[in-house]
Design a protein around this ligand. Structure first.
Ligand code: FES
Length: 220
């Protein structure tokens, strides 16, 4: 098939490699090496390595962060990027200081999860997937958070808040405004520690969830 005379065909240029940065601290590198010993080959440590990167890169994976993981594990950028973009728990964009993830699966939905979402949208002035102008909150939906018996559940970083309603959710927001945490990084750190035997007495982010049993009302 011939090319029309007025069409210029350019071969597709490969995308430029991301800028190489080295943001892993000595502690992060030690964690990565410890975690890699638990896998038959270091390439298999891609998931926890991405969590380390998510923490070290302020809560989200930049192309440089993906490249740094690829370099440490002997993988290509494309291999690590494919993993990072497949799993929704990896952030590819900056998140607010608190990432609010409202479970909208069946039980929580029946018990008013969307009333909570709508209240938050109204009060914070953002929609799902958006971040407030002051960078305090990002609002997302989440799949079942496995605490259906305490619905409705809102995850914020490594903490679960249960029995949330559209009436009490602003108490949670006020509480979060007063806290000093950066929850996307805190969640990543909790997950990294789950992979390191002995580094966390309570298995990272599961402690608050464990403590919920039998406690009625929102966990504030
Ligand atoms: S449906 Fe919300 S925690 Fe299971």
């Amino acid at each position: 098939m011939s090319t029309p005379a007025n069409l210029t065909v350019r071969p597709r240029e490969p995308l430029p490699s991301p800028q190489r940065e080295r943001r892993f601290s000595e502690q992060a590198l030690a964690e990565l090496e410890e975690i890699a010993t638990h896998y038959p080959e270091r390439k298999a440590a891609c998931l926890p390595a991405l969590w380390i990167a998510q923490r070290e890169y302020n809560g989200y994976l930049t192309p440089s962060g993906i490249q740094e993981v690829a370099d440490y594990l002997g993988l290509s950028f494309a291999e690590v990027e494919g993993v990072a973009t497949f799993y929704t728990m990896y952030n590819l964009r900056p998140r607010g200081r608190h990432h609010l993830e409202v479970c909208t699966c069946l039980t929580c939905a029946v018990l008013g999860a969307y009333d909570i979402v709508h209240r938050l949208e109204h009060e914070l002035g953002i929609g799902l997937g958006q971040t407030t102008e002051d960078k305090e909150f990002t609002l997302s939906e989440a799949e079942c958070l496995n605490f259906c018996g305490a619905a409705t559940v809102v995850q914020v970083g490594d903490r679960y808040f249960t029995h949330i309603t559209s009436e009490n959710v602003m108490t949670l927001i006020d509480e979060l405004r007063r806290s000093e945490n950066y929850t996307p990084s805190k969640l990543a750190d909790a997950i990294v520690k789950i992979h390191i035997p002995g580094s966390s007495e309570n298995g990272g982010g599961s402690s608050d969830a464990e403590a919920l049993r039998g406690i009625p009302g929102p966990m504030l």
